[in-house]
Design a protein around this ligand. Structure first.
Ligand code: ZN
Length: 608
């Protein structure tokens, strides 16, 4: 007898045998028992998860010649033995038509079908039409079908199996019962594979089966077809095939997953050389960069899910070994790290699809991970620095940290020093009328409590943080994501004279576009909602004396931190306390200082 592929040989013949779609089979069985079946069905979901299988079982159940409740057919499940059940199973029933909509999708074919549907079934109770890939049917052809669906003859049932239900016209969908199929769970696939291996007398350990189940990725048919291939290439032990992990891996061209745990370990240790060595060893062993990138993406995704939901989360459809591995990697990194890693690797994977030098792109992607790991803590370290603005006690305006200093140091490129010249920047304030020329210190409306906080008190940072969070949240809620992002990583401080100062690491023009009139209003409202009596000034990275659209201009008054040109910008940079702190922390050297103050020649800016 010819070899029958596993997916066909073990295709379920009863609703109760279908794995992982209980929500569908239960409903259909109930409908059959109550005699309340519909004339149109849509079965949607991924490929290989049982859509046509269930459609066929439903067809058998509808046309089964054995009465429900009889001894051969106690429930609504098809009897499986009558002539009708047999014919449908073998695909030669006159009254059940399977149409491949990918090839018979035109108006002529559908019209023909529709006309034939008017006549009674040849022998059975229903004339059943099953359209596979139904989303491929043209709109005109669907329209031809519409009338029949609107007033279906009693004897007609249409079933449509599709991976893209959204491509089926709404007019059709609303006249059908729609069942959305789930991806089959890892454990369900495992159980099924184990059972089939037993029936086929194939020796296979769980690790090998887990590989097959994972490769199936929610599709039973895919898992079974890889199992077919694995059996075909398996060595024979005592006359029967033996599935081995190594052999399956080779067949699928995948690398063993412990490799990825080691790889991420090297990323965590910031060992670029080790990362590159590992990946090159894998490529040299015959793994394709594309496949490796795909596996890394999967591994990162699993680690992120383990981070979010814990090791036993439903989001992980993998073996328990793999879960433990993902959880160990997750423990090394923060949620943000893993998210960024995944983002970088997804982009790398996309790039690989149309690049020549796949190896180099993969290496580049991995090196980026190492650097991401190294960069992010810098941000955190800097934000935990003691507040270098007025409250630190360092005298004089010169002690003000450079605007965008945090970002600058972390990223190593943003303009920094320039905005130390602060006082003559345009400002948003919460209460002053527009275009009012006022002193640089944003003057909060005089209030009774005002004298109690003449200078920033030591308790302010917490209060400031609360204000910052409230404002950022308000912007996010109002869909001003860019503005929210900008302000959340801006430098917030309290002026010695009172008033909140927000130094955004952005040039004036861009700032005006980002914090536009609407965003400014949201900022002011949010500030007021916090009950703060402070005024707020959002200043750009590039101080100018002219006004900004929608913002209030303030003329220069207080002596800004612009050191005499003769001093040399490099020297000024080195004197800045924040630069010094950064130098100490990162053991960095200031090499190149860009002077971005107005009308200056490009020259200097601290860089590590
Ligand atoms: Zn039957």
């Amino acid at each position: 007898m010819a070899y029958r592929i596993l997916a066909r040989k073990y295709r379920p013949q009863r609703f109760s045998h279908v794995v992982g779609q209980e929500h569908v089979t239960r409903t259909l069985l109930n409908a059959l028992e109550q005699g309340r079946t519909a004339h149109g069905y849509i079965f949607s979901g991924h490929r290989g998860i049982g859509k046509t299988t269930i459609a066929r079982i439903l067809a058998m159940a509808l046309n089964c010649r054995t009465a429900i409740g009889s001894s051969e057919r106690p429930t609504a499940e098809p009897c499986g033995t009558c002539v009708s059940c047999e014919e449908i199973r073998n695909g030669n029933s006159v009254d059940m038509l399977e149409i491949d909509a990918a090839t018979n999708r035109g108006i002529d074919e559908i019209r023909e079908l529709r006309d034939a549907a008017r006549y009674s079934p040849a022998r059975d109770r229903y004339k059943i039409y099953l359209f596979d890939e139904a989303h491929q049917i043209t709109d005109a052809a669907f329209n031809a079908l519409l009338k029949t669906l609107e007033e279906p003859p009693d004897h007609v049932v249409f079933m449509m199996a599709t991976t893209q239900p959204e491509d089926i016209p709404q007019t059709i969908r609303s006249r059908c019962q729609h069942f959305s199929f789930h991806a089959v769970k890892f454990n369900d696939i495992m159980d099924q594979l184990r059972q089939i291996a037993g029936q086929e007398k194939i020796a296979a350990d769980d690790e090998a089966l887990a590989l097959l189940a994972e490769a199936g990725d929610g599709s039973m048919r895919d898992a079974l077809s890889i199992m077919d291939q694995a059996i075909a290439s398996a060595p024979l032990v005592d006359g029967s095939a033996k599935l081995e992990t190594e052999q399956i891996r080779e067949l699928m061209g995948t690398a063993p997953s412990p490799v990825f745990e080691q790889l991420m370990g090297s990323v965590h240790a910031a060992e670029s050389a080790a990362v590159i060595e590992r990946i090159n060893r894998l490529i040299d062993a015959g793994n394709s960069p594309l496949q490796l990138a795909r596996q890394i993406v999967r591994y990162l995704r699993n680690s992120l899910m383990a981070k979010l939901g814990g090791e036993s989360t439903e989001l992980l459809q993998i073996s328990s070994d793999e879960r433990a591995r993902a959880a160990r990697t997750a423990a090394l990194f923060s949620e943000e790290d893993l998210t960024r890693f995944l983002q970088v690797m997804l982009r790398t994977f996309d790039d690989l699809n149309y690049r020549q030098e796949q190896r180099f792109h993969l290496e580049l992607g991995l090196i980026k991970l190492v650097h991401l790991e190294r960069l992010i803590p810098l941000e955190q370290i800097l934000s935990s620095l003691p507040d270098a603005s007025g409250s630190s006690g360092t005298p004089g305006p010169g002690s003000r940290p450079p605007a965008g200093g945090r970002r600058a140091s972390a990223v190593g490129a943003a303009p920094g020093l320039n905005a130390a010249a602060t006082a003559n920047a345009p400002a948003v304030r919460d209460s002053s009328p527009p275009a009012l020329a006022s002193p640089p210190q944003p003057v909060a409306e005089p209030e009774q409590e005002q004298p109690s906080q003449p200078a920033p008190s030591p308790s302010l940072p917490a209060e400031l943080e609360a204000v910052r969070q409230a404002i950022v949240a308000a912007l996010e809620q109002a869909n001003h994501a860019t503005a929210a992002g900008l302000l959340s990583c801006a430098h917030w401080s309290v002026e010695p004279e009172g008033g909140i100062r927000v130094e955004a690491g952005m040039k004036k023009t861009m700032l005006g576009l980002t914090i536009n009139a609407e965003a400014s209003k949201i900022v002011r409202d949010a500030l007021r909602a916090t009950g703060s009596a402070q005024a707020i000034a959002i200043v750009p990275a590039e101080p100018r004396v002219d006004s900004m659209d929608g913002l209030t201009a303030t003329p220069a008054a207080a002596p800004p931190f612009i050191a005499p040109r003769s001093g040399g910008i490099q020297a000024i940079a080195l004197e800045n306390p924040l630069v010094r702190q950064a130098q100490e922390i990162f053991r960095a050297e200031v090499r190149n200082v860009l002077d971005l103050r107005e009308s200056s020649q490009p020259s200097s800016r601290g860089k590590r």
